[in-house]
Design a protein around this ligand. Structure first.
Ligand code: ADP
Length: 244
């Protein structure tokens, strides 16, 4: 579905990604992990067409030119990074605003857009929140509203960048269970950026370990057995795998 070939990204003199290669199959759930500064967000930006890069990103056989992936991708950043708690909108208004990504001018909302918002809110079991002001919802509820917003245009790929960083452990589990259901039942391909390898190992079908380059790409079980990763981590690899 997505093929990344020899992807390199430079910011002035910093090489954030160097010759990254991997393939995403439709229906995959890929956890993208790695230390701070390892290029995870840069990889997401490249997929969203927000940074210039060398190499190729191919989506369903077509080479990516800037911005063309938008209608195929749902993107959920870290909650706190963009939600203003005082923003005067209801949950449903936030959800429906997700369709603007894919509309041509004049960008008017239609009955179908509101129906799509209602439908995704039902799937995510947040219909009861629809008329509540966004700022009055709990962190977990807000993140589900934003998840609905990223899915309202029915993308085939969902990209999540540290989506549960501001959530308590229980809301985090519920959130990941919802994403797993979307992957299993609605066949949404998921790319999840996280620093928490144990959580990723629990839900993702594959793990991509980045450190400017691809250090590892395979299943969590292969990750745990990989001699290369033992060398890379020393003892801590076993701690991560043990927790799982
Ligand atoms: P991660 O998401 O894994 O923490 P990033 O992709 O944010 O990593 O960053 C990778 C490297 O690129 C880091 O060294 C970071 O400082 C650098 N970097 C990221 N964004 C910029 C930018 N806009 N300008 C210059 N350097 C950047």
């Amino acid at each position: 579905m997505i093929e990344v070939k020899n992807l390199s990204v430079k910011y002035q003199n910093i090489e954030a990604l160097s010759s990254v290669n991997f393939k995403v199959e439709a229906g995959d759930y890929i956890g993208i992990v790695g230390p701070n500064g390892s290029g995870k967000t840069t990889l997401v930006k490249a997929l969203l067409g927000l940074v210039s890069f060398e190499g190729k990103i191919v989506f369903q056989g077509e080479s990516l030119s800037r911005f063309t992936l938008h209608k195929h991708i749902g993107y959920l950043p870290q909650k706190m990074s963009f939600l203003d708690q005082r923003f005067p909108a209801t949950a449903k208004e936030i959800v429906v605003s997700g369709v603007y990504c894919c509309k041509k001018f004049p960008k008017r909302l239609t009955k179908e857009d509101y129906a799509a918002a209602e439908a995704i809110m039902k799937t995510l079991k947040i219909t009861s929140l629809k008329d509540r002001p966004i700022g009055k919802l709990s962190g977990g509820q807000q993140q589900r509203v934003l998840l609905a917003r990223s899915l309202v245009h029915s993308p085939s790929v969902l990209i999540l960048d540290e989506p549960t960083i501001a959530l308590d452990p229980q809301s985090r589990e519920t959130f990941y269970e919802t994403v797993q259901k979307l992957n299993k039942e609605k066949h949404v391909t998921v790319l999840l950026v996280s620093h928490d390898i144990a959580s990723v190992g629990k839900y993702a079908s594959k793990l991509l370990y980045l450190d400017r380059q691809v250090i590892f790409y395979g299943t969590f079980e292969e990750f745990c057995k990989s001699p290369r990763m033992s060398e890379y981590f020393g003892v801590s690899q076993h701690l991560i795998c043990h927790r799982h």
